[in-house]
Design a protein around this ligand. Structure first.
Ligand code: SF4
Ligand code: SF4
Length: 56
């Protein structure tokens, strides 16, 4: 999974709260996903209000 940094508005961590693996951090202007830790469950894609997270 990858965050489109031009779409992500660094909302209040909707994506971080649904990641059971704790792979997502919001530090600065956009969220970042640690791809080493991601198990591709898709939860973050579904919760992001602006569709900023995409499968790679
Ligand atoms: S796909 Fe699942 S494991 Fe990967 S970052 Fe999103 S919520 Fe976390
Ligand atoms: S839910 Fe979407 S807009 Fe909010 S921080 Fe995560 S990727 Fe960015």
């Amino acid at each position: 999974m990858k965050v489109d940094e031009y779409i992500c508005m660094a909302c209040n961590g909707a994506c971080t709260s649904v990641c059971a693996q704790y792979c997502i951090t919001v530090a600065g202007p956009h969220a970042v996903i640690d791809e080493e830790c991601c198990i591709e469950c898709g939860n973050c894609i579904k919760i992001c209000p602006v569709g900023a997270i995409k499968e790679e």
